[in-house]
Design a protein around this ligand. Structure first.
Ligand code: X8Z
Ligand code: ZN
Length: 643
């Protein structure tokens, strides 16, 4: 995701620095008062941001879609300039008495001072070092390959192996999982230095460390934020434990003793490199195989192959084509399929009454993986300027996971479009979890009925068994994700505050994985590895608690939009597609951007001011009951390492 670093790089997000040893409140002496009034200052920040954003986003776009030394240099230099400008703004923002300003100005001043993802040191040499390391780590991740005897696989190929649990042996899955985790070994030193440098930036602006800066961006005291996240996790933890117990049982049925490690799930057996989404275990855990197919990936692959067959027939048949021409046609089919999937997602949004995507979205986005160069395949959505020029960058394949990721990315895109009339300082999510939740809320509306309406599954059966199937499908992606969404920043907060030292990077990582997720590697992962670096958001420096919050918020949004759409009946049956009332409410919320505290924005949509996971539990109530029955008599839970 780029909005935190690109769009708002200047004034809000990319890096913060400030008056050393001086907190925002204690520097209001007359001689420190700047020449500009606060209103003039904010006007200048907005103007600068509008002017500088296109150049920065272009530099970042190039470095993510053409990984080489030149693009890294250009991106690092652009980032350096942006961060230096930001640092100046932050210093100046601290000179104003926020309480003496009109509300809009006060809000803008507050936003400038909080929530940076990359607090940058003031020392120019260190700033340059920081941006060089940042560009280098992201590029190393994007270009990462696992090579055996000169045969190299990229993240897409490795992902495909792990996802296909039926088609690979236990040892093949293990080799692929370990293979990807070789790419981050060289990042360890850089990451350590990155932590030192951003911590210095954080301290210069009056925070204890980078983690505290991250926690300060939620319109509540930074010191209360961890407890808030813990409270939400406490609400869903029992549901997660039931899902864990059931899935582990299925793995033990399949793999015997090797299907668990001290009650934990082996890291290479969840169908996903990071164990964050278990959807690919569907063939193993599907509750009622005869209660209707939900195999969306198969339907998408079939469509893509049909497209190719059409193209081949048009060209006079396969025998008329050279090998090179065949490859070209395959690419064309891949691209057309990616466009088709994107338009499907777009049609959900336009069906709610939101605008069609601008033409440039389709001409300028990167939808499939290029063949001739390395790119960062990790999906992201980009506001290229402050006026609604938007793109996504993905390596789309015809799978269910990719389809839902498109819906997710378009959530970011429509948020950008909705708040583009706000001044640039307010062009952001109410908080970062809101940004992540927009598209996922739509994904919750992808019920079997909706999927049937777009021709991806057969008309669903209306049995209790079909309900449990549908619930399991959602839980494998949503519930399985939650502890993962929490633990990444538990690790980083510890790294930033020094409680996790470089000698313990990997040990601490696996302790947290054990504690929250109940997953474990089947062989020791010592400090010769740097496993956190094998997850994009660590080298990419994207804060991650946003995704945890999003997984709570999206159920609250969903419930509110279902109410708006006049839905009756159990929450999990709601599909608000084509409801203009739901669309209106959603858009009105999105238009606010960051112009007011998120609590107020949440109230306008849902009636409440608190994040609350009770909608998650309401949604999954049938599955939770079912899981409890299935797990009866089983020895659920696990023994985390070190306990
Ligand atoms: O990074 C993403 C999006 C871009 S903001 C593709 N997500 C997280 C991840 O992949 O780890 C979406 C779900 C969680
Ligand atoms: Zn996202």
């Amino acid at each position: 995701m780029k909005y935190h670093r690109a769009l708002l790089a200047l004034a809000v997000s990319a890096g913060l620095s400030g008056l050393a040893a001086c907190t925002p409140a204690d520097d209001k002496s007359a001689d420190a008062r700047p020449a500009e009034s606060a209103d003039e200052f904010i006007a200048r920040v907005n103007k600068t941001q509008k002017e500088m954003t296109p150049e920065i986003t272009s530099a970042f776009w190039l470095s993510s879609t053409y990984i080489n030394a030149d693009s890294q240099r250009v991106a690092a230099a652009a980032n350096e300039r942006a961060l230096a400008t930001t640092n100046g703004f932050i210093e100046q923002a601290k000179l104003y008495d926020v309480s003496a300003q009109k509300p809009e100005t006060a809000r803008a001043l507050t936003l400038i001072k909080v929530g940076a993802s990359m607090p940058a040191p003031r020392d120019p040499a260190k700033l340059k070092e920081l941006t060089t390391i940042a560009s280098g780590m992201e590029a190393a991740y994007g270009a990462g390959k696992w090579c055996v005897d000169g045969d190299c696989k990229d993240i897409g190929q490795i992902t495909d192996i792990l996802a296909d649990i039926e088609g690979h042996s236990y040892d093949q899955l293990k080799a692929a999982w370990e293979g990807w985790h070789t790419i981050s070994i060289p990042m360890r030193k850089d990451y350590q230095r990155f932590v030192e440098l951003t911590n210095e930036g954080a301290r210069e602006m009056g925070y204890a460390n980078t983690g505290e800066v991250w926690r300060a961006g939620y319109d509540m005291p930074a010191e209360d934020f961890q407890a808030e996240a813990d409270r939400l996790w406490g609400q869903v933890e029992p549901l997660y434990e039931q899902l864990h117990c059931y899935v582990r049982g299925k793995l033990e049925d399949r793999y015997g003793e090797r299907g668990q490690v001290d009650g934990m799930i082996p890291a290479h057996l969840t169908g996903n490199l990071w164990q964050q989404d278990w959807s690919n275990l569907w063939p193993l855990v599907q509750p009622y195989p005869d209660a209707g197919s939900l195999d969306i990936s198969a339907a998408l692959k079939k469509q893509r192959d049909a497209l190719l067959a059409e193209m081949v027939a048009e060209a006079g048949g396969m025998s008329k084509l050279t090998a090179a021409e065949q490859v070209e046609l395959e690419r064309k089919a891949d691209r057309e399929m990616a466009v088709r999937m994107t338009k499907l997602a777009e049609s959900f949004y336009t069906g709610l009454g939101m605008p069609a995507l601008p033409e440039s979205f389709y001409t300028d986005s990167m939808l499939i993986q290029p063949r001739d160069r390395d790119v960062v395949c990790h999906a992201s959505a980009w506001p290229m300027n402050t006026e609604g020029e938007v793109r996504i960058k993905m390596c789309i394949k015809p799978t269910e996971e990719e389809l839902t990721t498109i819906y997710h990315e378009l959530g970011h895109i429509y948020y950008y479009l909705a708040y583009k009339s706000q001044p640039p300082v307010f062009q952001n999510g109410a908080h970062d979890g809101f940004h992540e939740a927009i598209g996922d809320t739509i994904v919750l509306s992808m019920t079997p009925e909706y999927l049937a309406s777009i021709g991806l599954v057969d008309k669903p059966l209306l049995s209790q068994e079909a309900v449990i199937n549908a619930q399991m499908r959602m839980a494998l992606s949503k519930v399985a994700f939650m502890p993962f969404g929490l633990l990444i920043d538990r690790w980083r907060w510890g790294v930033f505050d020094g409680s996790i030292s470089p000698e313990n990077y990997n040990r601490a990582w696996w302790e947290l994985k054990a504690k929250y997720q109940g997953v474990a590697p089947v062989e020791p992962r010592g400090e010769e590895f740097f496993d956190p670096g094998a997850k994009y958001h660590v080298p990419g420096n994207t804060p991650y608690t946003r995704y945890f919050l999003s997984h709570v918020l999206q159920f609250q949004f969903y419930k509110a939009l279902c109410d708006a759409a006049g839905h009756e009946g159990p929450l999990y049956t709601c599909n608000f597609a084509n409801s203009s009332e739901a669309g209106k409410r959603y858009w009105a919320m999105m238009e606010r951007g960051a112009s007011q505290p998120w609590q107020q924005t949440l109230r306008e949509l849902t009636g409440g001011e608190q994040m609350d996971a009770s909608a998650v539990l309401e949604y999954f109530q049938p599955l939770q009951t079912w899981l409890q029955e299935q797990n009866q008599g089983k020895d659920c839970g696990w023994m985390p390492a070190g306990s």
